[in-house]
Design a protein around this ligand. Sequence first.
Ligand code: FMN
Length: 275
Amino acid sequence: IAKQWIAGDTMNDALKSAHQANMNGMNAILNKLGEHITSKAQVSQTVSDYLTLVSNLRRSKITGGLSIKPTQVGLAISAKECISNLDTIIEKALQFQSFVWIDMESSEYTDVTFKIYSMLFEKYERLGIVIQANLKRTWDDLDMLLKKGAKIRLVKGAYHENSINSYRTRHAVDENYRKLMNVLFEHGNEFAIATHDSRIIGLATDLSKKHERKFEFQMLKGIRDELKPILVKKGFSVSEYIPYGTNWLPYSIRRLRERKRNILLLGSSFIHSHR
Ligand code: FMN
């Protein structure tokens, strides 16, 4: 079920997909699948895979970076473990000119993830973090991050959250996304608009004409593949997020859930426009 969204089981598959993305005018952002890893041996394996990956990217002359989930490199064990592993990976990645993004997971990790990011961002400037439009706290987080000059990726949010801390309707999340995006275009620098939502992407292209900002679009592998070359052709920077590995289930479930939501939405607008 997951084939379209995932490069394949091996690092070689990931390198091939990344090369293909480059050929299509996009930058690649690689992620090894896996999350909530509590075994130290498995965490070490993941860290060493990322280290091998960055040298392979360089050797294959692929333009690409990494996106890492904190709980795959130690956050499910302790913050200290996670910081030290991220530090190792980022140092090597930067040596090889690869940008590193820290993915944002579910809200129980939000605070600690921002703390870890802030610490590492003081040391490494080429480091990005994610904010989620479905969380109500995100306005404060955006404010805090902009003050630091952080590199921000804006997403809608892929995790199940409760109604106290998050917006639950599609409409409310989209509206919050648009507002946050406005602020990024006004005050942000080197940010990423990560979505497959045509309406939001259209708005972003309008905003980009109003504000001279360095930003890029980011989309996942296997989603909106028809739209990516159009944006590239228009001269926008586009990155493709490419996951690989054997632990594909949690990632695929999140993508399936979104697809179902999008298909339902498509269905309702179809009915609406034909009434
Ligand atoms: N969701 C998260 O909760 N945390 C992330 O770190 C994250 N990274 C993403 C990176 C990229 C490049 C993209 C395109 C999406 C990412 N998402 C992440 C998923 C979004 O939150 C969202 O679930 C998905 O893009 C589907 O919504 P859409 O309507 O915007 O396409």
